[in-house]
Design a protein. Structure first.
Length: 84
């Protein structure tokens, strides 16, 4: 399973949605994921990929981890996985 598919699977699980309902253009807000769901998603992503996400739950805009859409999360995780 590639990074994109796994991230979508994790986000779908947190949003209690079918994988097919999670589009790359969707925002977490679109999917009904609140701040707690976001934190749980981040933990699940870290565990799934054995990475540390530079995420500041108190100020996401300062974290350097773009959570603006599913696509941006996938891109950020791909960067961490590749060591970029």
């Amino acid at each position: 399973m590639n990074v994109k598919d796994k991230v979508i699977e994790i986000i779908a699980e947190q949003a209690v949605l079918d994988i097919g309902d999670v589009t790359m253009a969707a925002t977490l807000e679109d999917l009904g994921i609140d701040s707690l769901g976001l934190v749980e998603s981040i933990f699940a992503i870290e565990e799934a990929f054995d990475i540390t996400v530079p995420f500041n739950a108190n100020d996401p805009s300062e974290s350097g981890f773009d959570i603006s859409s599913v696509a941006s999360i996938v891109k950020a995780v791909e960067g961490l996985v590749s060591g970029a």
